[in-house]
Design a protein around this ligand. Structure first.
Ligand SMILES: Cc1cc2nc3c(=O)[nH]c(=O)nc-3n(C[C@H](O)[C@H](O)[C@H](O)COP(=O)(O)OP(=O)(O)OC[C@H]3O[C@@H](n4cnc5c(N)ncnc54)[C@H](O)[C@@H]3O)c2cc1C
Length: 382
């Protein structure tokens, strides 16, 4: 067993940690309060290469492993949690388009995604269908060399800022086998969008995307008809680990700041750090973060070595967002009444991290997957 990071990974972590502290953290609270989408920051992130991890090099990406992508995400989350959604979506676009898109679609979309100049969202959830996504109702009807899309997608991260979306629609009535994936530019006639008002993640936001007889060429289908679930979505599992590491990154920076604070702040004639009621929760949080982090790294290592990792990915996807929220909450409390103000970052971080207890699959859905991997289909609720 070798637990060491490579010198290149160590260097990247140092660079991104410094970037996150210098460029992201100071602006994070103002992004939370609204305003224009910060494309300048997206381009900076693109220049750093972090949107290119899963984009093939011939389309502007960099050849990288999954572990490096996870390490980078952890560091960016220390500066601003929402920015890690950009890494996820660029990674998913790189994987999905890289494997399933026509050359025309790859050439049009992958270079700007890697450069931080375009965003490709991912639209699966619908107003009446979330966890049970195989029952989605958005339809795609073939009409000559085109498909005609009609339906509504809801809760789509970066849905207002995105230029295009990977979209799942029904081409036949055969449940999961009837679902096909498309790349849909969002400036086409018949597309309308409206923002959701979320408690957190306000920099990126989520949107409802409506499609009213939207025509796209057949060349924009990703993978075969009916392959949406079993061929395209199968490549998604790595993203659960990337999400988990974002949650651990935001928790770790909160813990680091809290350790510094409790050594400085005094009560009852001593530093807060001298009270076990203060130091023990910190020790527990540090232990749990360390344990979760190594499960994430191992899951990414399995992924990089093309070994099964579905179970581990589902394990960290339920564990890390919950742990992240608990640790940030504890850190907020250890800052006393200052922690409750919006002058300190904890309340925003708490609002942000809770989103990923739901986004990309809830804890219950993840536990269904873990149970299925452990006990087989006899454990499934359907
Ligand atoms: C921050 C955020 C970002 C998101 N980004 C995107 C995105 O970019 N693209 C996209 O397509 N979607 C996105 N979503 C939507 C997200 O994927 C869904 O919200 C999620 O899959 C849950 O679906 P639902 O909200 O319809 O809940 P439901 O499926 O209605 O579930 C409601 C509750 O019931 C529980 N439940 C459901 N079935 C079971 C079961 N069998 N056993 C036990 N409990 C069960 C759930 O765990 C949950 O607690 C995002 C959501 C959030 C919050």
């Amino acid at each position: 067993m070798d637990f060491a990071l490579t010198p290149e990974q160590e260097d990247l972590c140092r660079t991104l940690r410094a970037f996150a502290a210098r460029e992201l953290a100071p602006r994070s609270q103002s992004w939370d309060k609204g305003g224009e989408f910060p494309w300048d920051v997206w381009r900076q992130l693109g220049e750093l290469g972090i949107f290119g991890f899963r984009v093939p090099p011939e389309y502007g990406g960099i050849a990288s492993d999954f572990l490096t992508m996870g390490l980078a995400t952890e560091q960016i989350a220390r500066g601003d949690f929402s920015c890690t959604a950009g890494i996820q979506l660029a990674g998913l676009a790189g994987e999905i388009l890289g494997r399933h898109a026509s050359d025309e679609v790859k050439r049009r979309w992958l270079p700007p995604v890697a450069a931080g100049e375009a965003i490709v969202a991912l639209a699966l959830t619908e107003p009446s269908v979330g966890s049970d996504a195989a029952r989605l109702v958005c339809r795609a009807e073939r009409d000559g060399d085109e498909y005609v899309l009609t339906g509504e997608k809801s809760g789509i991260t970066l849905g207002m800022a995105a230029h295009a979306t990977v979209l799942f629609a029904r081409t036949t009535d055969a449940r999961a086998r009837g679902i096909t994936t498309f790349l849909v530019p969002l400036d086409l006639p018949g597309v309308t969008r409206s923002p959701l008002r979320d408690m957190g993640g306000r920099l990126i936001g989520r949107a409802v995307i409506s499609l009213d007889h939207v025509r796209i060429p057949v060349s924009h289908r990703l993978g075969p008809e009916g392959g949406g679930f079993y061929e395209v979505m199968r490549g998604f599992d790595f993203n659960r680990i990337i999400i988990a590491l974002a949650c651990l990154g935001i928790a770790q920076v909160s813990l680091d700041e809290t350790m510094a604070y409790v050594k400085e702040r005094h009560a009852f004639g001593r530093a807060l750090a001298r009270f076990e009621g203060v130091s023990f929760p910190i020790a527990e949080a540090a232990t749990q973060l360390e344990a979760a982090r190594w499960l994430c790294y191992r899951a990414l290592w399995l992924c990089d070595h093309e070994m099964p990792f579905t179970k581990e990915a589902a394990m960290v996807k339920w564990l890390a967002p919950k742990l992240g929220a608990e640790v940030v909450h504890q850190c907020l409390l250890l800052h006393g009444h200052y922690g409750y103000t919006d002058e300190l970052p904890f309340e925003q971080r708490l609002r942000d991290v809770i989103g990923l207890e739901i986004g990309d699959g809830t804890a219950e859905v993840m536990k269904i997957i873990v149970a299925r991997e452990l006990m087989g289909r006899e454990s499934l609720p359907y």
